[in-house]
Ligand binder design. Structure first.
Ligand SMILES: O=C(O)CCC(=O)C(=O)O
Ligand SMILES: [Fe+2]
Length: 305
């Protein structure tokens, strides 16, 4: 039985932004994960999104496949994505649906279930997307303060101007086929971007240690679980951690949703001056956010059959 991890709890509504930023700094150095409370996204909206998500995933596969993933958005059936092809060749036992930036862009045009089948689906998802994105932007300003930067740093470098934010709805089926192969719900991975607002039930804090030690993360009602992505690790030269995590099949059906807040595709992510020195040079070369994401996403989708 994995041990339960007590993650720090951050209250985003606290008027004392400096002490909140200090707590975030410590959480990002120690864990790369924390709970976020008092974020202002109403319980009712969260419940509505879960309900709509369940309705979509309950549709017949052929109906869902009409919205099969194009570019970065739409439906992916079970085994389509493999987050860690070194541990499993089959792919992850989950289905997902991605909603991208609401205003659209050349790289994607959102796909929506038909109004006849799911009348309130699109409005619910759009409302949730906008609200969680605005929480993510508020959090990004506290993270900038946590790095001793101006609170609008991530705006100034262009990361938050039309950010590449994706809402991912996830459904892990309850029944597990006994094929003799190890199958994960979401195999071990770190997220790719800046930060993620999600619910998850397993996290490994020591990504470079072998054997890995996995610790459970409990669900706290109404709280988002925040984790940092690899681009934040690159910005901070590994001061802030993008922690490896995974979801194990438990034999029980599970739904979750994650908003990945990724920088604008043209944003250049390079080591912050305050995070490197002669004795601690940059560990990663600068990258264009869009190129980095494309590479990571295509690797996760190409290795599965
Ligand atoms: O389903 C979850 O709770 C976590 C999913 C996740 O880590 C991901 O999609 O990146
Ligand atoms: Fe993840």
């Amino acid at each position: 039985m994995a041990e339960c991890l007590q993650l720090p709890i951050i209250d985003i509504s606290s008027p004392d932004r400096i002490s909140t930023a200090n707590s975030i700094r410590q959480a990002c150095i120690d864990y790369g994960f924390f709970y976020l409370i008092n974020h202002g996204v109403e319980d009712q909206l969260l419940q509505n999104v879960f309900n709509e998500s369940k309705k979509f995933f309950s549709l017949p596969l052929e109906e869902k496949m009409k919205l099969a993933r194009k570019g970065y958005v739409g439906f992916s059936p079970v085994y389509a994505e493999n987050l860690d092809s070194t541990t499993s060749s089959k792919g992850d036992l989950k289905e997902s649906f991605h909603v991208g930036p609401i205003e659209g862009s050349e790289s994607h045009v959102n796909q929506w279930p038909s109004k006849e089948i799911l009348p309130s689906w699109r409005l619910t998802m759009e409302e949730y997307y906008q609200k969680v994105l605005s929480v993510g932007k508020r959090l990004a300003s506290l993270i900038a303060m946590a790095l001793n930067l101006e609170d609008d740093f991530f705006e100034k470098v262009g990361a938050l101007d039309k950010p590449f934010a994706f809402l991912r709805l996830l459904h892990y089926p309850g029944e597990v086929e006994d094929s003799g192969e190890v199958v994960y719900g979401s195999s071990a991975h770190s997220d790719y971007g800046m930060l993620t607002l999600l619910a998850t039930d397993g996290v490994c804090r020591e990504k470079h240690n072998q054997p890995r030690i996995w610790e459970d993360v409990l669900h706290v009602k109404g709280a988002f679980i925040i984790n940092l992505g690899d681009m934040m690790e690159r910005w901070t030269n590994c001061l802030f951690r993008s922690t490896l995590h995974r979801v194990m099949p438990t034999g029980k059906e599970r739904y979750s949703m994650a908003l990945f807040l990724d920088p604008n595709p043209d944003c250049i992510v390079e080591c912050l001056k305050s995070c490197c020195s002669d004795s601690s040079p940059p560990q990663f070369p600068p990258i264009r956010s869009g190129d980095y994401l494309r590479e990571r996403i295509s690797a996760a989708y190409s290795s599965s059959s």
